[in-house]
Design a binder for this molecule. Structure first.
Ligand code: ADP
Length: 450
């Protein structure tokens, strides 16, 4: 396979910059695509070339496959990096690219298809020896079966749309009375958001942490793991604060679950970056899903292992071997990422608008991934993530102090952001001791955000 000299980035915002930066360091030219709402966006300014691919609505621009293929043809880009979100986990898109002989910087259409359907993903992982949450064997066709399964595994249970994602299509039934409503709502959400009303049932774990394992495959049966990230601090099943290593995971546990995950992806000849997500409770791991793309929170892993995951994705897409082996990977210190959204507290209402002043924090161990600049107007059409602040220290305590210090330097004026949430969280003893689970933040918000 030829080595790329130009790649197209099918995304916007901070992740588009992330990819453009990696490409530039590798001597590869980058093409930005943008909607008419993003003409002045930073990714357009930073790329070597740019192409307008449509109107503001994502379905007519960032999600338009014909527009993206045409943009590759016009510019001569040989490959597409999808970032996260948008078309990053769309098997049909990958298939179309293949038909047009455009390389996809990511896994194969088949792997995306298998892992994109949560029931098939769970079956596959079980077969590969990965521990899963107890639940229904595959889909649950009707309410009556749902009740039977729930009685068998015991309430509370969670009903999940097999096509679900982004926290949508999941409903908890605490007891038999909740079942009808939870079942029908999960199904309806699956249908309306993902065009698929198939659902399955899992035991609802009450005090787990969200621990995910970063894996990386070479597509030829070789794979490594890059430890875990603890992403338990969530609001509405969406992560807001992530760290690596996980405060509850020791080196032996990391090596054990990491090997299970690396072997699993090696077993399917997986190529590129992937994340295997688990709930972790009482020392046991329970698989919930696999994401076949780069995650928003990948920088904490990059920080503690000193690797560039995007560079690595591009390398394996070019047919080159990975630049590190499992033995090269050693945890160095501790990293934390916070997600800064253009949202107004306490309700987290989206708050687009013009940035009158922006100042990014700096100094030792600080990385700010953001596409903001002074005078930039955040358009109302897209995700509200406007920046990720990542800090790295020799240990968790140093990372937390550094986060506090970096937050005090950050200036984002003109709009409301979620920054005050993190100032408040840094006052909490549980954040400092690392004692939190997936329900901690919701409870804290209920008590503190009225
Ligand atoms: P999505 O694809 O929408 O992100 P996931 O299956 O990854 O959905 O789950 C997202 C979050 O929902 C998890 O991190 C966890 O907080 C919660 N969750 C999912 N499954 C369970 C479960 N069986 N028990 C308790 N919480 C769960």
């Amino acid at each position: 396979m030829p080595v790329f000299d130009k790649i197209l980035v099918a995304n916007r915002g901070e992740i588009a910059l992330r990819v453009i930066r990696a490409a530039r360091e590798m001597g590869i030219k980058s093409v930005a695509v943008h909607s008419t709402a993003d003409t002045d966006a930073m990714h357009v300014r930073m790329a070597d070339e740019s192409v307008c691919i449509g109107p503001p609505t994502s379905t007519d621009s960032y999600l338009s496959v014909p527009a993206l293929v045409a943009a590759c043809e016009i510019t001569g880009a040989q490959a597409i990096h999808p970032g996260y979100g948008f078309l990053s986990e769309n098997a049909k898109f990958v298939q179309v690219l293949e038909d047009h002989e455009i390389a996809f910087i990511g896994p194969t259409a088949e792997h995306i298809r298998v892992m994109g359907d949560k029931i098939t993903a769970k079956d596959t992982m079980k077969r590969l020896g990965v521990p899963c949450v107890p639940g229904s064997d595959g889909g649950v066709p009707d309410l009556e079966t749902a009740r039977e399964v729930a009685e068998k595994i015991g309430y509370p249970v969670i009903i999940k749309a097999t096509a679900g994602g982004g926290g949508k299509g999941m409903k908890v039934a605490k007891n038999a009375e909740d079942m009808e409503n939870a079942f029908l709502t999960a199904r309806a959400e699956g249908k309306s958001n993902f065009g698929n009303d198939e659902v399955y049932i899992e035991k609802y774990l009450t005090t787990p942490r969200h621990i995910e394992i970063q894996v990386f495959g070479d597509g030829k049966g070789g794979a490594v793991h890059l430890g875990e990230r603890d992403c338990s601090l969530q609001r509405r099943h969406q992560k807001v604060f992530e760290e690596a290593p996980g405060p509850s995971i020791d080196a032996n546990t990391r090596a054990r679950i990491g090997k299970i995950c690396a072997d699993a992806v090696a077993g399917i000849n997986y190529i590129g970056a992937g994340t295997i997500e688990f709930l972790f409770e009482n020392g046991e791991f329970y698989f919930i899903e696999m994401n076949t793309r780069l995650q928003v929170e990948h920088p904490v892993t990059e920080a503690i292992f000193g690797v560039d995951l995007v560079r690595e994705q591009i390398r394996v897409a070019e047919g080159l071997p990975m630049s590190f082996t499992q033995d090269d990977l050693e945890v160095q210190g501790h990293a934390i990422e916070i997600r800064i959204n253009a949202e107004k507290l306490p309700n987290f209402a989206p708050c687009p608008g013009r940035i009158s002043q922006y100042h990014a924090p700096g100094g030792l161990g600080v990385r700010m991934d953001s596409a903001l600049y002074d005078g930039y107007s955040i358009p109302p059409y897209y995700d509200s993530l406007i920046g990720k602040l990542i800090v790295h220290g020799r240990d968790r305590g140093e990372a937390l102090s550094r986060l506090d210090r970096a937050l005090s330097e950050l200036i984002v004026d003109g709009i409301d952001t979620t920054v005050p949430l993190f100032h408040a969280l840094l006052q909490e003893a549980d954040i400092h001791s690392g004692e939190y689970n997936i329900h901690w933040l919701e409870r804290w918000l209920d008590e503190n955000m009225d």
